[in-house]
Design a protein around this ligand. Structure first.
Ligand code: 2HA
Ligand code: ZN
Length: 270
């Protein structure tokens, strides 16, 4: 059996969480990531018949029975993942009852997965319905994106239109737009259900005055989505309080999507 420390999914997770920390998005225990793994991938490194312990999930995730996830731990700091993967990360499998997680590796100090697991698993279920190749759900607290939710209307259409207008690449990277939730209590099933509902239409869902959720086929794709929203929000926070002389118009955005042959949320333009 190969050494789990050499697994590509572990190396990617170490690099990604370290990068997010350095960007200032994941203060203290902020942020969490879940990565859907295949049985084949996991069994190259671990004996999947050995369950270390079981942990209740808190809801029924029937669509995910038998699936494996690499998940960041609750109360753990992204700052520390790279130097101590066995305490900060865990690999779980959803048990046949759909409401228990079987720990296969990690959370060595007796820990458990992120308190946001309901939002993660519900988002995985929603994304897998529209994209069977989706593997990642990522939650983080990007500074400018959170700042922008304090000063901008919070409906999907106007928030998306503003971010699309901040710089040329935004509509190319997320042509389906961004879902926006109002401020809500986090860590429970209710916010998980609300997030997953938006995830049927979007790969990006903003939690106002808190952070963002992204979903994608790889850590790179998902990080890139969030990074691009954050770039747009950063630009907006820089220019929003100045007199605006020049804008990307609706017609400009239409011309851009035509040139790149991109299908986009046309009802988000006027
Ligand atoms: O797990 O980011 O939303 C820490 C958080 C909670
Ligand atoms: Zn958070």
């Amino acid at each position: 059996m190969k050494n789990i420390f050499d697994a590509p999914f572990i190396c990617e997770m170490r690099k990604t969480t370290a990068n997010m920390y350095r960007l200032g998005w994941d203060e203290r225990n902020g942020g969490n990531v879940s990565y859907l793994l295949t049985e084949e991938e996991v069994s190259e490194y671990l004996d999947t018949s050995k369950v270390i312990r079981t942990i209740p999930i808190g809801f029924k995730a029937d669509d995910l029975i038998g699936k494996y996830f690499l998940v960041t731990g609750t109360g753990k700091y992204f700052k520390n993942v790279d130097g101590d993967i066995e305490n900060n990360l865990g690999i779980i499998r959803i048990a046949p009852d759909g409401e228990t997680a079987e720990l296969i590796w990690g959370y060595k100090d007796g820990g458990r997965f992120t308190s946001e697991l309901p939002a993660h698993l519900m988002s995985h279920m929603a994304r897998l319905k529209v994209d069977p190749e989706n593997r990642i759900v990522m939650h983080t607290h990007p500074t400018n994106t959170v700042a922008m939710t304090h000063i901008h209307p919070l409906d999907d259409k106007s928030f998306t239109r503003t971010i699309w207008g901040t710089c040329t690449e935004c509509i190319v990277v997320f042509p389906e737009g961004i879902g926006v939730l109002p401020w809500m209590v986090c860590g429970n099933n209710e916010i998980g259900i609300a997030t997953a509902e938006k995830m049927s239409d979007y790969r990006l869902v903003i939690w106002s005055q808190h952070g963002i959720y992204g979903a994608g086929k790889s850590l790179d794709e998902t990080f890139g989505l969030i990074e691009t929203v954050e770039k747009g929000a950063e630009l907006y926070m820089k220019y929003a309080s100045f007199p605006i002389l020049n804008r990307i118009t609706d017609d400009d955005l239409r011309a851009l999507t035509k040139a790149f042959n991109i299908k986009f949320r046309e009802d988000f333009l006027d």
